[in-house]
Design a binder for this molecule. Structure first.
Ligand SMILES: O=P(O)(O)OC[C@H]1O[C@@H](O)[C@H](O)[C@@H](O)[C@@H]1O
Length: 343
């Protein structure tokens, strides 16, 4: 087998029972779970929910964009460097041994990146935690809440939609439970870390940050060659698994492939880096909601138009560079151009 010698078989054997039970018990909610998976997809969160809610406050927008962009890049890098099975692949690979049959499958089962950590869990936890924290800080001013009460409420509010998202990932056999838990814990740690060092993050210099992002951007290429020439591992293992076991190959999406996702996430992070230092706009942007909402609608419209017109049939490199540039322009527009036009 061409992947890292991680022996997680025992854990998979335990967890697959949970996937099976979720499928049995939640069959009547299948359509809802499918919708939740679609509307809380990382791409949807970054392209729709984040700018939409960010329109209400520039501080919120900056916190969401910075935290999610960094955590998404680290998640995609981890998936690339340490590829792990998804339940559906593992089940199919060892079908003869475990005799698991009769699972419900659909388009969600055709994701082509590796399983750990769940990108859905990382992006949504980051987004929801920062959003509810912001709401409760606003509310706390009038209701006089202690920090403890605030955190209990935030965790309560985040848990419900997050639980449904996890259930959907388990139901469609795209994730084992530890992959969802790992993703959400990682996001929570990341958000607390960024909170603590926000003063430092907001003061980062533009060009040194851009250089760091570019250097980090070379890591996936270095890992690619190291896998081939040093450890005899197949860098496209996860894509091959998906091709082998996806119920309907036409359901596999180019834009969910691991290399595409890396280009997309690095593009977004590059836009954030180009907007540094973020402190000035963060402190002095009091643009009114009447200007921010229509401006957001225009930015979202342009971004979705660009997304819909992604050149998928003009060669791999054009496709990848287009996505890098689209995401870079998107985050740069939100963080740098948007505050200027909505003042
Ligand atoms: O790791 P997960 O949660 O299974 O997500 C896999 C992929 O699913 C796709 O739908 C998303 O657009 C990607 O961003 C994501 O990487």
């Amino acid at each position: 087998m061409d992947i890292l010698p991680l022996n997680l078989t025992h854990l998979y054997e335990l967890e697959i029972t949970l996937n099976r039970n979720v499928q049995k018990q939640m069959r009547f909610t299948e359509q809802w779970l499918r919708d939740i998976n679609t509307y809380l997809d990382p791409q949807m969160v970054m392209d729709a929910w984040l700018p939409l809610f960010g329109a209400f406050s520039h501080k919120l927008l900056v916190r969401l964009a910075v935290s999610a962009s960094i955590l998404n890049v680290v998640t995609s890098l981890f998936k690339w460097i340490c590829p792990e099975y998804r339940p559906i692949w593992w089940l199919r690979e060892f079908e003869s041994k475990y005799k698991f049959r009769g699972f419900n499958l659909d388009a969600n089962t055709c994701d082509t990146s590796a399983g750990f950590p769940s990108s859905h869990a990382v992006t949504f936890t980051t987004f929801a935690f920062i959003l509810f924290h912001w709401l409760l800080v606003k509310l706390g001013k009038c209701c006089n809440m202690s920090n403890f009460e605030k955190y209990i409420l935030i965790y309560g509010f985040v848990s419900l939609p997050l639980g449904l998202l996890w259930t959907g990932r388990l139901y469609f056999l795209t994730e084992f439970l530890h992959q969802c838990i790992g993703g959400s814990l990682f996001a929570l740690l990341g958000v607390h870390f960024f909170n603590r060092y926000s003063a430092l993050l907001l003061k980062l210099h533009k060009w040194s940050t851009v250089v760091w992002v570019m250097v980090l951007g070379m890591l996936p290429a270095a890992v690619y060659f190291a896998m081939i020439y040093l450890v005899d591992m197949d860098p496209h293992w996860s894509v091959r698994m998906a091709f082998k076991w996806c119920s309907e190959v036409t359901l596999m999406r180019h834009e969910a492939g691991p290399i595409y996702v890396l280009f997309r996430d690095f593009g977004y992070l590059l836009g954030v880096a180009l907007s540094c230092p973020l402190l000035h706009n963060y402190k002095n942007n009091n643009g009114s909601l009447y200007k921010r909402l229509p401006a957001t609608a225009i930015v979202m419209f342009l971004n979705f138009t660009a997304l819909r017109n992604t050149p998928k049939h003009m060669g791999r490199w054009i496709f990848l560079v287009y996505e890098l540039v689209r995401n870079c322009i998107h985050s740069y527009t939100l963080l740098t151009i948007f505050p200027k036009i909505s003042k």
